[in-house]
Design a binder for this molecule. Structure first.
Ligand code: ZN
Length: 262
């Protein structure tokens, strides 16, 4: 990537390899949507149809995929690949970048039907949000599991507190928990619960089991632990959301307990 110039044309490439959008870009490109405008490089006393822009235009003509780097926090970039340039406007000095190959099948984004536009935007929003959610949540927790503090990025997920897809769900970091694969699944399946005071509870029937080291150390030993939370208070998990989720956990555990009673 070329953070200085935005458009990166490595030597030996016929067309642009990557384009970068910074948080404080000078060009006022449109930041959202399935198809986004990306400005040509604008240099004083240079025509638009010159310099780095030539290979950007070549990418538009050939339809080869590019990498798009989007700055999501200062100096942190989310790569998106493949993206395609689906429209080139050399007079205004903009290209239209489509964020999914299937979008190029729709042709000129200006002529999208309402359904095509809605579909395209929904699809891109979902993918962008999922990727950036994971990145933001893991970063907030220093890439550790909030329950067991395991620090292996490749074994970590960003779990939603209020389920993704629920009406009041959000992709804010405060609706997320950085959890290892085991504790993510255990949280989603009500094997562990986390209350509004950030305390971890293991379901009673699980605590009563006897089995090998994973049960003992991985699950039972987590009972009563306090959640690891991000350094920044603004990124702490939302207590209200955790509490609502915890009520589902206790409902589940309560039902189980009643079933076991004579
Ligand atoms: Zn864990």
């Amino acid at each position: 990537m070329d953070r200085q110039n935005g458009i990166w044309n490595p030597t030996g490439f016929d067309s642009t390899l990557s384009i970068t959008r910074t948080l404080k870009g000078p060009y006022g490109d449109s930041p959202d949507g399935a198809v986004q405008k990306y400005s040509y490089e604008r240099l004083p006393d240079r025509p638009l149809n010159s310099g780095r822009n030539l290979k950007l235009r070549a990418a538009a003509a050939s339809g080869v995929p590019l990498i798009f780097f989007q700055e999501i926090r200062p100096s942190f970039y989310l790569p998106r690949y493949p993206v395609f340039i689906v429209e080139d406007d050399p007079y205004a000095g903009y290209v239209d970048v489509a964020f999914d190959e299937s979008l190029t099948l729709f042709g000129d984004p200006l002529r999208f039907t309402t359904e095509q536009r809605r579909y395209a935007e929904r699809m891109v929003q979902v993918r962008l949000h999922q990727k950036s959610f994971r990145s933001r949540v893991l970063h907030a927790y220093g890439a550790r599991c909030a329950v067991c503090t395991l620090a292996h990025d490749e074994l970590l997920d960003a779990a939603h507190i209020t389920a993704d897809g629920a009406e009041d769900s959000t992709t804010a970091v405060t609706n997320g928990l950085s959890l290892c694969k085991l504790h993510h699944a255990a949280f989603d399946r009500q094997v562990i619960g986390i209350d509004g005071n950030y305390r971890v509870h293991v379901r009673a029937d699980i605590l009563a089991e006897a089995d090998g080291p994973m049960l003992k150390h991985g699950l039972q030993a987590m009972d009563g632990r306090t959640l690891l939370v991000p350094r920044r208070i603004a990124e702490h998990p939302d207590s209200e959301r955790l509490h609502r989720r915890y009520l589902e956990f206790t409902d589940w555990g309560g039902g189980l307990f009643r079933r076991r009673s004579p």
